[in-house]
Every structure is written in structure tokens, then in C-alpha cells.
Design a protein around this ligand. Structure first.
Ligand code: PMP
Length: 426
């Protein structure tokens, strides 16, 4: 254990909450070097929606390597890339009547966000970006400028310009329509808000505390974008690839973004890969203008193609996710009902759910109590008050229920420490 504290930078984060050494992982379970089993509700922060070492995907990846398939190919044409693009079109885009071109960026989400913001600036000739309170888009300078979190912004070390924050859906509570506010600012030529190149948002804010936007609000944002000739970018890095039940998080919500950013679970078994989808008319790059050595990870192409074929050729995965989502939601509602003094709020869509315990520090304590019970779950949002479920979409129902039982025990333990006899409401 010492090697980590001695050698690894203090910047390390998740590992501090779960101080064990993991060796193996399968499906929704992780096993330590000591042989202890953990249930995984963290799911690689959304990168493991098909589960750890998904057997179908892993087999395809192993066969490709066994046959000496091209592993690194810059942006050369490869068979793996051809199959990925063909399957992306036939399995994901065409059935949804979506027409987009694909840009492979560097392999992390923030790389694809940078590309989207740059492209929007190039297309419109404007510099400004509108992003939203509690939004999270990544840690490189363009993306961090569009990220709300003060801790992360503080780490940038330079002035973060070019972005104006607008209130997300529900930011001022359910009574305030933030669309009307944004509309007024965009319409008033003396508001001090210049027309931006683009608006970028998550349909369910992941890192920001699991805040789902309503379809009506998203339509309102898109209408403002269309009216003012602003490009509309959906960052589907965390909640795309099926997290909300459908492949894209905004299906059936009546929006049609100019650009979509995908990463995390796109790479199937946690292989790094990021993708910018843009409407064909927005593909205004010059050759090689936005470059990079690791654009299009061939192994991830194999993994992604296998996942598309296996999970997205028909509606059965969406149905399966819906069934598990109902279990998840029900259990979280029960936890809320069981501990009224905690003032819990439950929010989410599909299989991303947050359980907010507003009293400072308590959600963090639940993370620790859960860990003691061999359940891995993270907290997020302002002040870390929201426990977030991001477990694999392929999680067996029995393991999901087992993990939710452990979560309830963890909440109960924290509740008892703070609200019963000895420690009454500390
Ligand atoms: N956008 C969203 C919505 C994210 O959740 C994340 C990662 N949490 C990113 C962008 C950045 O992705 P990456 O960490 O791979 O750079």
C-alpha cells in the first residue's frame, strides 16, 4: 500500500475512498489482492456500463490481438475503424434517423469537448461559450472553462475566459423558469451577454450532482440556440451509451443537437476512446487542423463495434435497463422514506441516480460505511452531498438488490451515529 502514498501524486482521488488493492474484476464485482469481493456502484465513473471484462467484448478484443490486428494506426484507415464507422451508422445513427459525421479526437472525454468548442468557434467566428451551473466537461483549459466546480477551476492556474454560465434547469428551484431568464439576456443587446458560438450542456448533470433537465427545458434551450444561430452541443460523455435507457440520453426529448460528444462507455470495456459527432454541414475543419497521436484507438473500435452489435441492434437492452432502473429507483425511494430526518432527495433517469443528503459531510460518511460493507459508491455534487449510482447497466438484478441493501445499511449506520440517542442531530 505504501508505494501508492510514496510514489503517486497527491492528486490521486477515488483511491483514497477505497483504500484496498484491486486485482480482478468481472461484471459488477471487483476483487482485491486479499480475495475480498466488492460490489461496484462506481462503474469506472460511467466508463463500465457493459460491466468489467464483459465476456463478449473481451473475446472480440482478444481475438483481434491474437490475429495481430493493427493496435496503433494514428488516423490511418483500418479494418477496425471501417467496421466501427459502418456499425455506428447502421446500428446507432440510421435507426434514429440521425445524420452526423464522426471525428476521433484524443482518447479522453475532455479531448472531444475541446474539439467541439474549437469547431463551434471556428464555424461561427465567435469566441464565447455558454455553459451551465454545475456542469462538468473536463479538465483541459477549454473544457474546464465550461465546468462550474470551483475546486477544479482553481486548479487551472490561468484566467478561464470565454465562457458565460447560465442557470441550469431548476437551479433556482422548481418555480423559476430559467429559460425565460436566459432568453431575456440573449435578447437584450444591452445585457452584456454577447451571442456565443455554442451552448454546451449535459442532459443529466453527472459530476454536478445528478441533475436531470426536463425535455421541455432542453427544447427551450435548443429553440434559443436556433433563434440566435448558436450551436447546440450535448455532452453525452457520462449519460450517453445507454445510461438513461436509450443510447443517447436525449432520445424522445425532442431535441436535435448540432454536435454530440461521447466517450466513457463508448470503449466497451473501459478502453479509452472519444468521439465528436457533428452535423455534416458543421464539418468545417481544414485537413489536420485539429490533430493528435491517439485519435481512434483500434482496440476500442473493436470493443465499441462489438458492444453496438450485441446491445444496440434492437430494443431489448433498453427494456432490460428499464427494469433495473425501476428496481433502483424503488429502493432509493424506500431509503428516503425510511430516514425522513435526513431530508433525502432522490433524482435521476434510467440508471443514473443520485441520493442527496443535504447535511454537510453525511454523504461522504455513507461512502465510507458502504466501503466497510464492500460496496463501492461515490459522492458528487457541490459539497459532495450526493451519492451517485453509476453501476454497470448489465448488472444482475440480484447483485443490484444486494448492493442496494448494503447502501441502506450504510445510510442507517450514518443515521444512527447522528440522529439517535447518543448523537442526536449533531
Ligand atoms: N464531460 C462529462 C459529462 C463528464 O462526466 C466527464 C468525466 N467525468 C468529462 C466530460 C471528461 O471526460 P474525461 O475525464 O474522460 O476527460
Amino acid at each position: 500500500m505504501k508505494i501508492f502514498t510514496q510514489m503517486e501524486s497527491d492528486v490521486r482521488g477515488y483511491c483514497r475512498d477505497y483504500p484496498v488493492v484491486f486485482e480482478r474484476s468481472k461484471g459488477s464485482e471487483m476483487f482485491t489482492v486479499d480475495g475480498d469481493r466488492f460490489i461496484d456502484f462506481l462503474g469506472g465513473a460511467g466508463a463500465l456500463s457493459y460491466g468489467h471484462n464483459n465476456e463478449h467484448i473481451k473475446q472480440a478484443v482478444m481475438e483481434y490481438m491474437q490475429a495481430d490486428g493493427v493496435l496503433h494506426g494514428l488516423d490511418l484507415h483500418t479494418k477496425a475503424k471501417r467496421e466501427f464507422l459502418t456499425t455506428l451508422r447502421s446500428t446507432i445513427l440510421e435507426p434514429r434517423k440521425m445524420d452526423y459525421k464522426a471525428q476521433f479526437t484524443g482518447p479522453t472525454g475532455t479531448n472531444a469537448v475541446e474539439a467541439a468548442l474549437k469547431l463551434a468557434r471556428k464555424i461561427t467566428g465567435r469566441q464565447g461559450i455558454i455553459s451551465f451551473t454545475n456542469g462538468y466537461h473536463g479538465m483541459t483549459l477549454g473544457a474546464i472553462a465550461a465546468t462550474g466546480n470551483g475546486h477544479h477551476r482553481g486548479g487551472a492556474g490561468v484566467h478561464l475566459g470565454g465562457t458565460t454560465f447560465m442557470p441550469f434547469d431548476g437551479y433556482f428551484g422548481p418555480e423559476t423558469n430559467t429559460i425565460a431568464y436566459i432568453e431575456r439576456l440573449l435578447e437584450d443587446t444591452s445585457s452584456g451577454i454577447d451571442t456565443p458560438a455554442a451552448m454546451i450542456l449535459e442532459t443529466v448533470q453527472g459530476e454536478g450532482g445528478v441533475n436531470p433537465a426536463s425535455g421541455e427545458w432542453l427544447q427551450g434551450i435548443q429553440a434559443l440556440c436556433r433563434k440566435h444561430d448558436i450551436l447546440f452541443i450535448v455532452d453525452d460523455i457520462q449519460v450517453g451509451c445507454g445510461r438513461t435507457g436509450t443510447f443517447f440520453s436525449f432520445e424522445n426529448m425532442g431535441i436535435d443537437p448540432d454536435m454530440i460528444v461521447l466517450s466513457k462507455s463508448l470503449g466497451g470495456i473501459g478502453l479509452p476512446m472519444a468521439l465528436l459527432l457533428m452535423k455534416p454541414e458543421h464539418d468545417q475543419w481544414d485537413i489536420g487542423e485539429h490533430n493528435g497521436t491517439f485519435r481512434g484507438n483500434n482496440l476500442a473500435f473493436i470493443a465499441a463495434t462489438t458492444a453496438f452489435k450485441r446491445y444496440w441492434s434492437d430494443d431489448s437492452f433498453t427494456t432490460e435497463i428499464g427494469e433495473k432502473a425501476a428496481i433502483l429507483r424503488q429502493h432509493l425511494q424506500w431509503i428516503k422514506a425510511d430516514f425522513p430526518e435526513l431530508n433525502i432527495e432522490v433524482r435521476g433517469r434510467g440508471m443514473i441516480w443520485g441520493l442527496e443528503i443535504p447535511q454537510k459531510g453525511l454523504a461522504g460518511e455513507v461512502v465510507n460505511e458502504a466501503f466497510k460493507r464492500q460496496l463501492i459508491i461515490e459522492n458528487c455534487g457541490t459539497g459532495g452531498t450526493v451519492l451517485k449510482f453509476l453501476g454497470p447497466l448489465t448488472m444482475e438484478k440480484a447483485i443490484l438488490e444486494e448492493g442496494l441493501g448494503l447502501l441502506k445499511e450504510a445510510v442507517q449506520a450514518v443515521y444512527q451515529q447522528h440522529f439517535t440517542a447518543a448523537g442526536s442531530n449533531s
